[in-house]
Write a protein that binds this ligand. Structure first.
Ligand code: AMP
Length: 538
């Protein structure tokens, strides 16, 4: 294919006609991947870098798929008067047709690239796997035909380019697909459902002006913290658009939440319990909800939540269903399909695997020594990297440990768990985020999805009973691929997760404590106790 050192701008070749594989592998995805143009070379009309390719739609020089998308999006904008709606004629995705300059002058006339092949190559590059029919991933937000104000908000949030999960999920959600999306913690999943929701809600309100503003979309999450975060994220991205949100979670006054919904909102974000309360009292009308998101769906369909989620779902009129998680289970896909027909499964990376950016350090510590070990870490300048989240198994344990840390090490620690009021939990999170407390001791309320900006160290003091929960907890140590560290204390009390823990540690290239690898519970097939399934080390 193309050798940069030997480029001749006068030669053009069709990407697909000769050797699609070779060609596709070299196509620059982002403009950042492209070098500057040398004197006399063609320049990308979007960013000015080396115009290695020619956009077949416009004959413009472009440097990458990203800039090609920008060009296409400009055409689509000028041909579509309502910015938030799909253009009347489907425009090809950037990777569906792009020509590359041919240094060997083999070919003559350029021709269309192989749509499918190109989409697949791009997915391969981005580690995206798709089951079902979806359009090619997009390389820029601009190519999604979003309202201008939403694009401005995305830019103001500092999102230069979509993350891989956003590249694939946003266009699919915008055309109404039901989806099960499996991607790493911290990979930008929330924006991948919020952006399509905001776009659709805003366009709906612009087209159908009415005083009766019933909610159009709903996001369910398993914890109040995650609901708060998602709602704040939605507000940030929906600023200045006809898009209002309501938070519906336990612990805050129900009357106030209800009043807000009655005033007219587009999106409800909440936890299942409080929503079921409102529904059973016939307090809210969900007839117009057309998009239903279940975040952390593996957790939502497993625990006590399942019946509540289904109860809410059946109160809706066949909405588009978007399900998200970083971890999955055997029955999840089946269940997802039973909730929504023709569900497309989008997987980015490997589900159930720890975030690759988090380095795990498993330490074998007997239960009685755990506190002392923790104090040693917190007192060590080398090992303590605040702000730190410490996960424990119980509410009382969280309170006691936070207190013991402060007394024994002088490091200010605070606890957070489900027994504290919403106001308290908010205040605690705020003071933790601004650095007032370098340590927060938490139960599972901070385990899933919560974006703990700045946290790069997590200590799993009490190993949870489920390996998926562990994967979520350590995922809090990294956002958007930034490196983090997870220290996990392990001993025989955690034997029910030994086989899976070894798998997860191995997949993260972490050292495995001798006691763990030699344990009979790691190597032998065993019955994990009354009522539990037989486990086997895979
Ligand atoms: P999430 O996986 O949704 O919890 O998002 C993780 C973090 O990534 C959050 O802080 C988001 O604000 C941020 N984020 C989401 N999308 C992007 C993007 N395209 N570029 C940069 N940051 C992003």
């Amino acid at each position: 294919m193309v050798d940069d050192s030997n480029d001749d701008p006068s030669k053009i070749q069709s990407l697909s006609t000769n050797s699609p594989n070779d060609a596709g592998n070299d196509v620059k995805v982002s403009s950042k991947d492209q070098r500057d143009a040398l004197p006399g070379e063609p320049q990308c009309i979007v960013c000015g870098r080396y115009g290695e390719y020619i956009c077949d739609e416009t004959d413009d020089d472009v440097c990458s798929l990203e800039c090609k998308q920008s060009v296409l999006s400009r055409i689509s904008k000028s041909s579509s008067s309502v910015g938030c709606l799909p253009p009347p004629k489907k425009l090809p995705a950037a990777d569906e047709c792009i020509y590359v300059r041919d240094t060997d002058n083999i070919s003559g006339t350029p021709s269309l690239g192989g749509d499918h092949v190109q989409a697949e190559l791009l997915r391969k590059k981005l580690d995206i796997h798709v089951k079902g029919v979806v359009s090619a991933p997009v390389m820029s937000f601009a190519s999604c035909n979003l309202p201008d104000k939403l694009l401005q908000n995305i830019e103001a949030a500092g999102y230069e380019m979509p993350t891989p999960v956003q590249m694939q999920a946003i266009p699919a959600a915008l055309v109404g697909k039901n989806m099960l999306v499996l991607a790493d913690t911290g990979s930008g999943k929330s924006a991948s459902f919020l952006i399509p929701i905001i776009s659709r809600c805003a366009s709906h309100r612009l087209m159908y002006v009415s005083d009766n503003k019933k909610p159009l979309a709903m996001v369910l999450t398993p914890t109040r913290e995650l609901s708060i975060q998602v709602e704040e994220h939605a507000k940030l991205l929906g600023k200045g658009l006809p898009f209002k949100t309501a938070l519906v979670v336990g612990g805050d006054a129900m009357a106030r939440q209800l009043y807000r919904i009655q005033q007219g909102v587009e999106l409800i974000v909440g936890t299942p319990g409080r929503l079921v309360d409102l529904l059973t009292k016939n307090e809210i009308d969900l007839d117009d909800v057309t998009t239903f998101v279940v975040d952390e769906v593996d957790c939502m369909l497993q625990r006590g939540f399942r019946d509540q989620v289904l109860q809410i779902f059946t109160a809706l009129s066949q909405p588009q269903v978007l399900m998200y998680s970083a971890t999955t289970s055997d029955s999840l896909e089946k269940m997802a399909n039973s909730m929504a027909k023709d569900t497309v499964v989008i997987t980015v990376g490997e589900p159930n695997r720890p975030n690759k950016a988090v380095k795990q350090l498993a330490i074998w510590v007997e239960s009685k020594q755990k506190k002392q070990k923790l104090f040693d870490i917190l007192k060590s300048q080398k090992h303590f990297k605040p702000p730190v989240v410490i996960y424990v198994g119980s509410r009382l344990g969280a309170d006691l440990l936070a207190n013991a840390i402060t007394v024994s090490t002088g490091v200010k620690a605070v606890s957070i768990h489900g027994e504290k009021s919403m106001t308290e939990r908010r205040e605690i999170m705020q003071s933790f985020m601004v650095g007032e407390f370098p340590v927060v001791v938490a139960t599972g309320v901070l385990g899933r999805g919560v974006d703990l900006l700045g946290v790069r160290q997590v200590i799993v003091f009490d190993m949870p009973n489920s390996i998926n929960e562990y994967v979520h907890q350590i995922g809090r140590a990294s956002r958007m691929g930034e490196e983090g560290q997870a220290i996990v204390f392990v001993n025989d009390e955690n034997k029910n997760v030994f086989p899976e823990l070894v798998d997860v540690l191995k997949s993260g290239a972490a050292a495995i404590p001798r006691e763990l690898i030699n344990s009979q519970y790691t190597t032998r097939v065993f019955s994990g106790g009354k009522g539990s399934k037989k486990r086997k080390h895979r």
